[in-house]
Design a protein around this ligand. Structure first.
Ligand code: GLU
Length: 294
């Protein structure tokens, strides 16, 4: 049996906090305990929000925690051609269409629909795509693209879903309502998700799935906030004909007020805590992991 492969995949759009430390240490501990490999992947497809100083801080903070990883580190911004190939494969199956509405236009359409009845929302609470771009003719699509209109490439969820029978995944952790074991994927709850944009030829969903497969990841261990995203990931794996890893979604660290940590603060930021004299062992204790590791 080849060894299991774990990965920690942060986005360098801020400094790491205790929530990241927990996820990274959990992956690293599991890899050591099982004789597995541990990979670090930099998810930097968002050129506006990702910055080199945050990436440098990720390496520094993880090393300080006592974590080591294989090199070279995969940086998603260096692999756009790969993601483009995957989009083309899906386009070849007739499952992709461009939509041209701006965010404001989408908000207006949702408000219009909500005047009569509640409009469906995805598991993150965002309204499903309300537009009609799927029915534009090929001629209209090309004309708008040639005019230089910004666009998003969406997955035709109904057509994609029709290509997959029952889709499930193996959950070794737990979902928000205690889901565990064999979980039924519900990708349709996300509507026609964006897989790429004019300026960024990929998206979180697409690149995470392509990379996990390319890197041979066998165990995806990540926060419970991504639990239902797994539905989309399973559908994409099915459509692209790539293997499915096992998933283990873990609890999210919360702040004193019980809110999910979203940014690094004095009380939760690894750099701040280090500056205040905390050691790596203190961090392990703060996130509830045994001090010595596995
Ligand atoms: N890059 C994602 C994040 O920072 C994590 C992706 C994943 O683990 O699937 O939230």
């Amino acid at each position: 049996m080849p060894p299991p492969v774990f990965r920690f995949a942060p986005s360098p759009n801020g400094y790491l906090h205790l929530g990241h430390a927990y996820s990274a240490l959990l992956n690293f501990d599991l890899a050591r305990r099982t004789g597995g490999r541990f990979l670090l992947r930099i998810e930097d497809i968002d050129a506006i929000r990702c910055r080199p100083e945050f990436e440098a801080a990720i390496y520094e903070d993880l090393a300080w925690l006592g974590i080591s990883w294989e090199t070279p580190v995969r940086r998603q911004s260096e692999h756009f051609a790969r993601y483009r190939e995957a989009v083309e494969k899906l386009a070849g199956l007739g499952l992709i269409y461009p939509s041209f509405e701006s965010r404001t236009e989408i908000a207006r359409l949702v408000a219009q629909r909500e005047a009569s009845a509640p409009w469906p929302r995805d598991p993150d609470g965002a309204p499903l795509y309300p537009g009609l771009a799927k029915s534009l003719s090929p001629g209209e699509r090309s004309r708008l693209i040639e005019q230089g209109m910004p666009y998003a490439l969406r997955l035709d969820m109904a057509a994609a879903r029709a290509r997959a029978n029952e889709l499930t995944w193996i959950e070794l952790g737990e979902g928000p309502d205690g889901e565990t074991g064999v979980v039924s994927a519900q990708p349709e709850s996300w509507g026609d998700v964006i897989l790429a944009r004019k300026e960024t030829p990929t998206s979180y969903h697409l690149s995470v799935v392509v990379d996990d497969a390319l890197q041979g990841v066998t165990d995806v261990v990540r926060g419970r906030d991504l639990f239902w995203s797994t539905s989309v990931h399973r559908l994409l794996q099915h459509l692209l004909g790539i293997p499915q890893p096992a998933y283990r979604h873990h609890l999210l660290m919360t702040d004193a007020a019980g809110q999910k940590l979203s940014k690094s603060t004095d009380a939760t930021g690894l750099r701040e805590l280090r500056g205040q004299g905390a050691t790596a062992a203190d961090i392990r204790r703060m996130v509830g992991l045994s001090e010595s590791g596995p």
